[in-house]
Design a protein around this ligand. Structure first.
Ligand SMILES: Cc1cc2nc3c(=O)[nH]c(=O)nc-3n(C[C@H](O)[C@H](O)[C@H](O)COP(=O)(O)OP(=O)(O)OC[C@H]3O[C@@H](n4cnc5c(N)ncnc54)[C@H](O)[C@@H]3O)c2cc1C
Length: 292
């Protein structure tokens, strides 16, 4: 622990990461750090830099596959109370990076604030959803973002305006390692109308996605103008299995990790899908999930 002398209270060694992800698999983090405050985060980030440790920021783990060998560097999770705060004022919500996205959508319904309905049924934290520009057919989070508060790897904090950031399909150009919070500009609306839309989106997801299984959501990005799920389905891969990992029968772009699945199973299945789809349709699928 000598690398983190003085910061021991927030650092654990060889911490299993699988249980912190939605897939539920993968090895440990060499160093796992949970700073309680922004100041503690700064100290931890500086220590990682001084020691040349690679830093990975963990949100809700809904878009991640952790390798069986784990992560050699430091994994930092901002789950202290300071990072899970929320404040609401005149149609604007500021939410900490670790605030749960599902809870934020429901809070908006209660407050009669419209703009985040498209995030219904998307698991994760505000930080993860902003970094990924989470969304889908109903819209994405970028359209509601007003500002994002960020900390760099050397502990400098600054705020970026929506117009100074670029958001793309499941991506953002946010420079700065840590998203600390985000502010959303929403519009007042009838809570019943918002709830109706949230329910419709939820029912759509429930009927089309394997929501009760261990997955990381869509495995591949949709190629321009095409659906990755449809390409995988047309390649005859629904139900294809490698070890404990299998292609969902309900939504072909979801890989399900049954009990006993290893990350190696999932990675092999990803290669099988890529090769088969490429062979049958000439399209090379790009990963949407991140592999650590
Ligand atoms: C059942 C299911 C359905 C899904 N459906 C959708 C969908 O419809 N649309 C969609 O877009 N996604 C979907 N996903 C994927 C996932 O919900 C999103 O990618 C979400 O944004 C991940 O958030 P997270 O907090 O879990 O981030 P993580 O998975 O923990 O991390 C994702 C990325 O964000 C970074 N990150 C996380 N927190 C921070 C932070 N505070 N500061 C800086 N970087 C950070 C991580 O380093 C990583 O690069 C689905 C996943 C599941 C399991």
């Amino acid at each position: 622990m000598s690398l983190f002398t003085g910061l021991e209270a927030q650092v654990r060694e060889n911490e299993p990461l699988g249980p912190m992800t939605w897939l539920g698999i993968g090895g440990p983090a060499r160093y796992f750090i949970e700073p309680a405050t922004a100041e503690a985060l700064k100290q931890a980030a500086l220590r990682c830099r001084e020691n040349g440790l690679g830093v990975f920021v963990l949100g809700g783990g809904a878009n991640l596959l952790i390798d069986d060998a784990g992560v050699k560097g430091a994994v930092i999770r901002l789950n202290g109370p300071e990072f899970a705060r929320i404040s609401i004022c005149e149609g604007q919500i500021r939410a900490g990076a670790y605030f749960d996205m599902g809870k934020l959508v429901l809070r908006c319904v209660r407050e009669g604030l419209s703009g985040l309905e498209a995030l219904t049924g998307i698991p994760g934290t505000v930080g993860g959803c902003v970094r990924m520009n989470a969304g889908g057919a109903f819209g994405d989070i970028a359209s509601a973002i007003k500002t994002v508060q960020i900390m760099t790897s050397d502990g400098e904090i600054f705020t970026r305006l929506r117009e100074d950031m670029a958001f793309g399909y499941r991506s953002s150009n946010i420079a700065g390692k840590f998203i600390l919070s985000a502010e959303f500009q929403l519009s007042e609306d009838d809570p019943h109308r918002i709830l109706k839309q949230v329910k419709e989106i939820w029912m759509f997801k429930k009927n089309t996605q394997p929501l009760s299984k261990s997955t990381a959501g869509c495995t591949f990005k949709n190629p321009r103008g095409m659906s990755a799920g449809a390409l995988i389905d047309r390649a005859g891969l629904k139900g294809r299995r490698v070890g404990g990992a299998c292609v969902s029968e309900r939504h072909a772009n979801f890989i399900i990790a049954d009990e006993g699945t290893t990350a190696a199973d999932v990675l092999k299945l990803i290669n099988v899908i890529r090769d088969t789809v490429h062979e049958k349709s000439g399209v090379y699928l790009e990963l949407e999930i991140e592999v650590w």
